[in-house]
Design a protein around this ligand. Structure first.
Ligand SMILES: [Zn+2]
Ligand SMILES: [Zn+2]
Length: 335
């Protein structure tokens, strides 16, 4: 088998097309021929080694949609020809307390798809069968990639912490945030979008926001004091966190999914008196991802995307880095 992949040789290097040797297929693994793969901000962070965890040569891409081409001897549930998705993780130990509890995404041995593992900007990708998710027939396959990382990242805190009757705020209307608006609106919530970009106000409403507020306007945020049951923050920049936490209702929660590098200042009194919480969450469990895909298919939720052929991968990364992508980039395999 002639496998090819776009390979980053070292940090910040442009990716080059190479032939790769995937070796023998693991007994519990499946192999998937890649059709589409979303480009997530984490791909850029790993390419540039922003988190200090990257391993080179690196094959990035962790929002994969494709068809199963081979099934390991002990793999379950999947068969050749089936269309599946693969996200941020592609394996976990399957025997620790977290895996046995169904929280495989909290497993200490969980294998990120693009760190020490070959990702989806390639002809083929492999994953443990439990981390390759059959896609519902109703889903638009060419647009579904971004659901598998960005989508589940915002869907998880919504179903963990919000009720359909709640008022929910989404901070940052980009790749993650625009999907969060769609999920929260379909879930039944009253949705407030916070964005620094006035040019996104109308689009935020078209994605499902009932209200739109500038995330840089402390006075406008302060007017919302005590009103929101859940805030999901997707941004990686500093904000007026005091005003944001003040916008939470009693028992409200600020849940962080955006990797802001600077610490978030939290006043103990702001939490204690109104019984508020500040939390974070990563991607989701296998069952959480399957539930999200089912919900997205039922409510016709698709990310808003720009498509590039995979052969233009370096241009696509530059587009993402420029911050101009609206709202999520998907690469189409064209080997
Ligand atoms: Zn991602
Ligand atoms: Zn485990």
């Amino acid at each position: 088998m002639n496998y090819k992949a776009w390979v980053a040789k070292s940090a910040k290097d442009p990716m080059v097309l190479e032939t790769v040797d995937l070796g023998p297929l693991g007994a519990e693994d499946v192999e998937v021929a890649v059709e589409h793969c979303g480009l997530c901000h984490s791909d850029l962070s790993v390419l540039n080694n922003e988190w200090g965890i990257s391993q080179y040569p690196a094959i990035l891409g962790h929002e994969v949609v494709g068809r199963v081409t081979a099934v390991g001897t002990n793999a379950k549930a999947l068969k050749a020809g089936q269309r599946v998705g693969i996200g941020w993780y592609s394996n976990s130990c399957m025997h620790c307390r977290q895996c046995l509890s169904g929280s495989h995404h909290l497993c200490a041995q969980a294998q990120p798809t693009i760190v020490g593992h070959r990702g989806g900007f390639a002809t083929h990708i492999r994953a443990h069968w439990a981390w390759a998710f059959p896609l519902p027939d109703k889903l638009n396959f060419s647009e579904a990639g971004p659901l598998l990382c960005g989508g589940i990242t915002v869907f998880s805190p919504l179903v963990m912490y919000a009720k359909p009757t709640d008022r929910v705020g989404i901070i940052g209307i980009g790749g993650l945030g625009h999907m969060a608006l769609k999920f929260a609106a379909a879930y039944g919530c009253d949705v407030t979008a916070f964005t620094s970009s006035e040019s996104k106000f109308d689009e935020a409403k078209s994605f499902g926001a009932t209200h739109v507020v500038s995330s840089r306007d402390s006075a406008a945020i302060t007017k919302l004091a005590g009103s929101l049951d859940l805030l999901i923050s997707t941004v990686n920049v500093q904000l007026d966190w005091g005003a944001m936490i003040g916008a939470l209702a009693p028992n409200g929660r600020l849940n962080v999914v955006g990797a802001v590098v600077e610490p978030i200042p939290v006043s103990a009194f702001a939490l204690i008196l109104q019984q508020r919480s500040v939390s974070g969450s990563p991607t989701g469990s296998p069952v959480g991802i399957a539930t999200m895909l089912d919900f997205a298919a039922r409510h016709s939720i698709t990310p808003q995307t720009e498509h590039f052929p995979l052969s233009k991968i370096n241009e696509a990364f530059a587009r993402l880095e420029s911050g101009k992508a609206r709202y999520r980039i998907v690469l189409n395999a064209d080997f």
